[in-house]
Design a protein. Structure first.
Length: 299
């Protein structure tokens, strides 16, 4: 079983002005990230705009990230399909191009029908058929579907369901999950605003949009917690939190891409119908980057 810990960024997907993939920028960004102390990369997470890509384009993205990463970096592939059959097919295709783990989102179109029983059957079926381990992806702000701690804990008994990315942002539910799952189950937090408390409570690591912009600071926070330097960890959390909010709930993918461009990770435009930031919001991003104290070139 893959044992994963540390910080992973959910990589953005660069597009050109026509809305097509710009894979050369993607490879360049990964090569720059390789020396930042990251544990690996997430392809096609929520910030990767997977819903805007065709199945073939999704596989291209995973393959390019795999080629640009070092052998030490683990590749997690987002699986964003709504049927069990399609999710199984996508998981196998991701494995074929080198993904180490599949991050499988909760199905969400028929929200009212997504009971604990339905979600359990879905994840068990995908895990049974997957050639690579499965992480459950709980992201109710995008899906409108919550998978509760008891259901996650029951699924953790499956030998091929090895972890969770919890982006719900609630410390109470996260605490319940950490209490109920087996010690070997790998819980990763997906909200940069609670990185420090989540790690202190026992999360293995994090998959964070803010780690795309400030990878070294996120890694430093993780390492500070491991070393017991809680004063340093709290200071880094206070610096990262406003930026983490801005590039997720605040301004979304367009805000994240604007921040990346400002700190030297060219990410292109968001894919329509998403629009790039207006000038007022770009100035807001610049201000938060400066006041964080994490980017000396901008101060």
């Amino acid at each position: 079983m893959i044992q994963l810990q540390g910080i992973l960024p959910p990589l953005t997907t660069p597009f050109d002005t026509q809305g097509y993939l710009d894979l050369s920028r993607l490879s360049q960004n990964v090569e720059r990230y390789n020396d930042q102390g990251l544990a690996g990369y997430v392809a096609l997470g929520s910030n990767g705009e997977a819903v805007h890509l065709s199945p073939g384009e999704r596989i291209e993205v995973i393959a390019h990230i795999k080629r640009a990463a070092t052998p030490q970096h683990k590749i997690i592939a987002g699986i964003n399909e709504l049927s069990t059959r399609a999710a199984i097919h996508a998981t196998r295709a991701a494995a074929d191009v080198g993904a180490d783990i599949a991050l499988v989102v909760t199905p969400y179109f028929y929200k009212a029908a997504m009971t604990a029983e339905v979600l359990s059957h879905f994840f068990q079926a995908v895990a049974d058929a997957s050639p690579i381990p499965i992480f459950i992806y709980n992201v109710p702000q995008n899906t409108g579907v919550v998978i509760d701690a008891a259901t996650i804990a029951a699924l953790a008994a499956h030998e091929n369901i090895v972890g969770l990315k919890d982006s719900a942002g609630g410390m109470g539910a996260l605490a319940d999950t950490l209490r109920l799952v087996p010690q070997a189950f790998q819980v990763f937090v997906g909200n940069g605003g609670i990185l420090y408390p989540a790690l202190a409570m026992g999360a293995r690591g994090a998959v964070l949009a803010v780690a795309c912009v400030a990878p070294r600071a996120c890694v430093d926070l993780y390492e500070a917690v491991q070393a017991g330097d809680h004063a340093k960890a709290r200071d880094l959390q206070n610096r990262l939190s406003p930026l983490a909010h801005l590039v997720t709930a605040g301004l979304g993918v367009a805000g994240l891409k604007a921040a990346l461009d400002l700190v030297g990770y060219p990410s292109g435009l968001p894919c329509p119908p998403l629009l790039p930031l207006n000038e007022a919001n770009k100035e807001k991003v610049k201000s938060v980057l400066r006041t964080s104290g994490l980017f000396s070139a901008m101060e």
